[in-house]
Design a protein around this ligand. Structure first.
Ligand code: NBG
Length: 931
């Protein structure tokens, strides 16, 4: 594939620069008013991961022969850091304190990444290889520094260099703000995938959005969760490079016009430019460095209404600018917004009710970029039929789905292809066929049973509340008037909105004369016209996959059953995975050493099957004691983090029981905290001796953010914080039970908490968690899971062994029946559950009114009531299972064995495996190792 599009001016070799100047002062502070004296300045291009070197074009090379074998060592790294501190500063020259140290250090790392980064795409262009494009609205990158130097195998050298400059690598690392361009699992999955794509040398690129503010910062106060804007770009982002020469227009509103020969074309209204910001993603021990391209907006000068501005109408002048800036605002936390946008000739419509719709439209720039890349590398021999041989587009969930019609629009409106050609190309790249959707449905179900056909069309149509094409509508014409569209209502909606949309079979716009002859799915003028993104995605996709086996079954048999019946071959499973680099090797170095020692090499970092070797040593006492020691060191880290962050002192010898993830009712943090309240109540009813004999000391840790508008989730946060405030200060309880809510959970916090955890909770209502990925990270870190048979838990349990997983709760196939039973008033709650609710209501945890929260677990019907997530139903089996956990923990030998077997069994959940599966089954691309 081509190198970075439009990057002719900036894609040449860059450098790892050895600024080997006389370091006159190796202390923390550079001498005041000093200018570095360069005794020699050797520009040496070094291909870091391969030791291959090249000279910089145009640079003066004065290197000595010995420098040809230059490998970045701590001295040269320290020199580079000093260079950046002085010459690419974003701080004053006087000091070399931590924030400055971080930025200067990161800039040196970026220097070395740039070489491989450019080489990667230059090579792809040269060999014109097929590439995968991974489109995701979210990337939860976390910090990049340790990961990058780890992948470059320069951790030791950097630690030493920084030590020379008076700082520890650990402290410098902590200065990096988390790049939180997402909410949770979906975004983190995308980031893990990028790491695997680079590590496995797959030709690929990532596309996303550069939100100006990341996911909000969470404070926990006496009122519960408070949100504060996360200004992650405040001090600049040392990893990104703006490509001022790579930008595309994204058009809003607009209209369809007819050209001279009756050819219709969409002409955009407001024009907003999307500009590329590129971030290098290095692979582990390889030169391949993947590009993550994030779009940011800038307003074209002609959008700024200078005349209005000069006339004093500033509001009007800024209106377009404000529009353009919308995508820069906060990520996440939003509820559905309705935005009326006419995006293309094909989708001249109203898209309503889709979260963050404005953001989504910016992904359209990705398609323009992919096409520009294709054109650039095809050169004279451009042939659109070959497009699918060079391009595979993967969409992370349905959010970037608009790229499907956008591709068709570009091929038709801009490239002048016919409808048929555009469709064929779209089908043959990873995007499938929506043109004949309605016809396919009719072919499949026939027109004899019109009621059945109507039902199927309703279920599967892409556009909702929009007239069917005339030819299809005619099928349903009844001999007599059956329904009349109220003309007064119709008058209420604008002309634009009532235009018929022929997206599904490209018929001419219909002038539906015979409104009296009702179409089967009559548009309701009071309701918005909508695009059903999920349907568009399934219909338009070449392949559709669930993200865990159970999820893929649900996708086929329930969510998209109608589509599955039409196109069974489209549906696949690709169980998620996580990168073992970030989630074992770098986050738990002590345990990694133990693993390396017992498996015989570091191969497991890229070949996780090797983790299975641990199985045969699971009972070995030496391994067990090394294992426990390594785990304990991480528990101590967690304990000091908690003391520093929230002032709680916890005992590192207690069991660390953790639930960290987005706060959501289906994830059932409520079940966890209700279980804790039950435990607390029982403790209170016992004598000191009894409770010591009965309970294993536990530190129960929660973390996660509730969407700002998700009231019930915020109530749950408040409840957990209140329980902690009571329990943690109860002198009778002491170390036996602590309840901690870690504020502002993010990737970095996860990297610290997960290695120090022993039990982790994945307790969603069965059938509701698509996969989960933190369950995989915990298992990798030798943590034992308590969970339901949901998402990837099912497969994790199979791999680590049933005895090494604490299972409880209703099964997915039982849930519908249980809800029905409840609706019929047949459910009888367990007395222990009732006891807990009454205890909470008694005011033990303070004056907050818990009525709404407790009430949601009661009744048999009504909004926000009948315990939709089945907390009460699963409560007895949950607390009984927790008793088994205590019992297992008392036997540390048994527990350690379970822990080792969890790490061993998690070999299956590496994102490397997932990426290989996608590449083979869906994208059909092969690895390309750079020379
Ligand atoms: C999450 C699902 C998880 C799944 C990840 C990655 C979002 C919106 N969705 O179950 O809840 O593991 O996506 O596929 O974060």
């Amino acid at each position: 594939m081509a190198s970075l599009p439009f990057s002719a001016t900036c894609s040449h070799h860059s450098t790892f620069i050895d600024f080997n100047y006389t370091a006159r002062n190796s202390k923390l502070f550079f001498p005041r008013n000093s200018r570095f004296t360069f005794s020699r300045r050797n520009f040496l291009v070094k291909s870091v991961a391969s030791n291959q070197k090249q000279h910089i074009k145009g640079a003066q090379v004065t290197g000595e022969a010995s420098l040809d074998t230059f490998v970045p060592d701590s001295a040269s790294i320290a020199s580079s850091i000093k260079y950046h501190a002085e010459f690419t500063p974003s701080f004053s020259p006087d000091h070399f304190e931590l924030p400055k140290a971080f930025y200067a250090t990161a800039e040196t790392v970026r220097d070395s990444l740039i070489i491989n980064w450019n080489a990667t795409y230059e090579y792809y262009e040269k060999i014109n290889v097929k590439q995968a494009y991974y489109l995701s609205m979210e990337f939860l990158q976390g910090r990049a520094l340790l990961n990058a130097i780890g992948n470059l195998e320069l951790t030791g050298a950097y630690a030493e260099a920084l030590k020379k400059l008076g700082h520890s690598l650990e402290d410098v690392d902590r200065e990096e703000p988390d790049a939180a361009l997402g909410n949770g699992g979906l975004g983190r999955l995308a980031s893990c995938f990028l790491d695997s794509l680079a590590t496995l040398n797959y030709p690929a690129r990532g596309y996303g959005l550069r939100y100006k503010y990341g996911l909000f910062k969470q404070h926990i106060t006496k009122d519960g969760q408070q949100e504060v804007a996360e200004n992650w770009l405040e001090m600049g982002n040392p990893w990104e490079i703006v490509r001022n020469d790579v930008s595309y227009p994204v058009k809003f509103y607009g209209e369809v016009i007819s050209g001279p020969e009756g050819v219709k074309q969409w002409v955009g209204g407001e024009n907003v430019m999307a500009v590329a910001y590129d971030v290098p993603i290095p692979g582990y021990k390889t030169k391949t460095t993947v590009n993550l391209r994030l779009w940011f907006t800038k307003v074209a000068p002609d959008q700024f209404d200078l005349r209005s501005f000069n006339a004093g109408d500033h509001a009007k002048a800024y209106a377009a600018m404000k529009n353009a800036e919308k995508p820069r605002r906060c990520r996440g936390g939003g509820r559905n917004t309705t935005t009326i946008l006419n995006l293309s000739a094909l989708y001249h419509t109203v898209c309503a009710g889709f979260q963050n719709y404005v953001y989504i439209s910016y992904m359209i720039a990705s398609l323009q970029d992919i096409i520009a890349c294709y054109e650039k590398r095809s050169g004279e021999s451009e042939n659109w039929e070959n497009f699918p041989d060079k391009v595979a587009v993967q969409m992370n969930d349905t959010h970037p789905t608009l790229c499907i019609p956008e591709l068709i629009r570009i091929l038709m409106d801009v490239k002048g292809l016919s409808w048929e050609q555009a469709w064929t190309i779209t089908q043959r790249s990873s995007l499938g066929d929506i043109s004949s959707l309605i016809q396919t449905i009719i072919d499949e179900y026939g027109a004899e049973d019109l009621e059945l056909l109507q039902e199927k069309l309703k279920q599967m149509r892409i556009l909702d509340n929009i007239e069917l094409p005339q030819s299809v509508a005619e099928l349903f014409v009844k001999p007599e008037k059956s329904s009349v569209v109220d003309s007064t209502e119709e008058d209420d909606i604008s002309d634009e909105e009532t235009k018929p949309i022929d997206e599904e079979d490209q018929l001419e716009e219909q002038d539906i004369e015979n409104k009296d002859e009702a179409t089967p799915i009559e548009p309701d003028p009071k309701l918005p016209k909508t695009v059903r993104m999920a349907n568009l995605c399934v219909a338009g996709g070449y392949a559709v996959n669930g993200v865990a086996e159970i999820h893929s079954e649900i996708v086929k048999n329930e969510v998209f059953n109608e589509f599955y019946k039409l196109w069974p071959e489209k549906f696949q499973n690709k169980t998620n995975g996580v990168t073992p680099r970030r989630w074992i090797r770098f986050c738990i170095p002590d345990l990694s050493k133990v693993i390396t020692k017992w498996t015989g090499s570091e191969d497991w970092v890229v070949n996780t099957e090797k983790l299975m070797i641990l199985r045969k040593f699971a009972d070995n006492e030496d391994l067990q004691s090394e294992w426990r020691e390594a785990k304990r060191r991480n528990k101590v880290k967690v304990a000091s983090f908690l003391r520093e962050k929230i002032g709680y002192i916890v005992n590192p010898d207690a069991m660390f029981d953790v639930q960290v993830k987005r706060i959501h009712e289906y994830m059932r943090q409520l079940l966890n905290i209700m279980g804790i309240v039950y435990r607390y109540k029982k403790m209170k009813e016992m004598s000191h001796e009894e409770r010591k004999a009965c309970f294993v000391p536990r530190v129960c840790i929660f973390g996660g953010k509730a969407f700002a508008t998700y009231i019930q989730a915020k109530r749950i946060v408040k409840f957990i914080a209140d329980v902690g405030a009571t329990v943690n200060h109860d002198p009778e309880i002491g170390d036996l039970l602590k309840v901690v809510f870690v504020p502002d959970y993010n990737v970095s916090v996860a990297e610290m908490l997960i290695p120090g955890s022993e039990l982790s909770q994945h307790i969603s209502t069965a059938g509701m968690e698509a996969s989960g990925t933190s369950n995989m990270k915990f298992a990798m870190n030798g943590c034992i899971l308590i969970g339901t048979l949901d998402g990837a838990n099912v497969e994790i349990r199979q791999k680590v062994g049933e005895d090494n997983f604490f299972l409880f709760g209703a099964k997915a196939h039982e849930i519908a029946g249980l809800r029905k039973e409840r609706a019929e008033g047949k459910f009888v709650p367990d007395p222990r559950f009732e006891e807990v609710k009454a205890y909470v209501r008694s005011g033990v945890f303070g004056p907050y009114n818990y009525e709404k929260l407790m009430g949601s677990l009661e009744g048999n019907e009504g909004y926000g009531r009948p315990d939709y997530f089945l907390v009460g139903k699963d409560f007895p089996s949950y607390i009984e299972c927790q008793e088994k956990v205590d019992e297992a923990y008392r036997d540390q030998k048994r527990w350690t064995k379970m822990s080792i077997l969890n790490t061993a069994g998690s070999y299956k959940f590496s994102s490397d495996r997932t990426i290989h599966d996608y590449a083979r089954d869906i994208w059909r691309i092969d690895p390309v190792v750079l020379p």
